[in-house]
Write a protein that binds this ligand. Structure first.
Ligand SMILES: Nc1ncnc2c1ncn2[C@@H]1O[C@H](COP(=O)(O)OP(=O)(O)OP(=O)(O)O)[C@@H](O)[C@H]1O
Length: 228
């Protein structure tokens, strides 16, 4: 039986360390827990290990030491075959949007559903619901390069939420945006959180973070020095 504490936990890092052969140890003994329904920021200087920490969750990288539990289950030793199933429960958002430029907005957002084998009708319904949430319903036929930076990021966000993930991970999602657009994106995250979505958002924009009453996990040279 899991303890009640573990049952409520979306994500748990227990003494996690990560080293790259050419950079040495970039995460050292990191422990924290993210509850279901929580929104937390991950901050720290450039090179502190924020992206590396996020990459451990979808198993883009694996830790060298420690344990990572997602929805109470250990994920650091799962087989390659199990990784896609885990990733279906995650929504990933990147600083550089990572959209396919030769596909329409609609097709970009539909991608995770295509991979998961959804039918055409259900795909169309979900894609439009996701585009509606980010205010882009009327631009579904456009191509990404015909959109502003803020709009491209909102397409990235629609793609991350379209399959209703349990946890959204965003890596510097506002890094390429001006302050007003950055603020809009963070407001959107807050709205998702208010309806129960769990989010972990890496950002070094302390001004922006300070406007939200959220827990902040702070990394310094690979160690969690606040918020753990
Ligand atoms: N694939 C890799 N191979 C080797 N070293 C890496 C790799 N990825 C990251 N590093 C190193 O790990 C350290 C942490 O990098 P990481 O990208 O996690 O930091 P960050 O806090 O996200 O930084 P930034 O805010 O600049 O994106 C850095 O010293 C970086 O050079």
């Amino acid at each position: 039986m899991l303890s009640p504490e573990l049952r409520l936990s979306m994500l748990q890092f227990i003494n996690v360390s990560k080293r790259y052969s050419d950079s040495g140890e970039v995460l050292s003994d990191v422990s924290f827990q993210l509850e279901k329904g929580e929104m937390a920021f991950l901050t720290g200087h450039s090179g502190a290990g924020k992206s590396t920490l996020l990459k451990l969750i979808p198993v883009i990288e694996r830790p060298n030491k420690g344990q990572i539990l997602f929805e109470g289950r250990p994920i650091n030793r799962i087989s390659k075959r199990q990784v896609p199933l885990l990733r279906r429960k995650l929504g990933l958002i990147f600083q550089d949007y990572r959209l396919l430029h030769d596909r329409s907005v609609f097709d970009n957002v539909a991608l995770p559903l295509l991979v998961a084998g959804y039918g055409q009708q259900e795909t169309a319904r979900r894609v439009r619901a996701a585009l509606d949430k980010v205010g882009l319903l009327r631009k579904e036929k456009r191509y990404p390069l015909a959109l502003s930076g803020g709009e491209q990021q909102r397409v990235g966000i629609a793609r991350a939420i379209v399959h209703k993930p349990s946890l959204i991970l965003a890596d510097e999602p506002t890094g390429n945006l001006d302050p007003a657009l950055a603020s809009e994106i963070m407001d959107l995250f807050k709205e998702f959180n208010q309806v129960g979505v769990t989010l972990l958002v890496a950002s070094h924009n302390l001004d922006l973070i300070s406007r939200f009453a959220c827990r902040t996990l702070k990394l310094q040279q690979g160690r969690l020095i606040e918020g753990g």
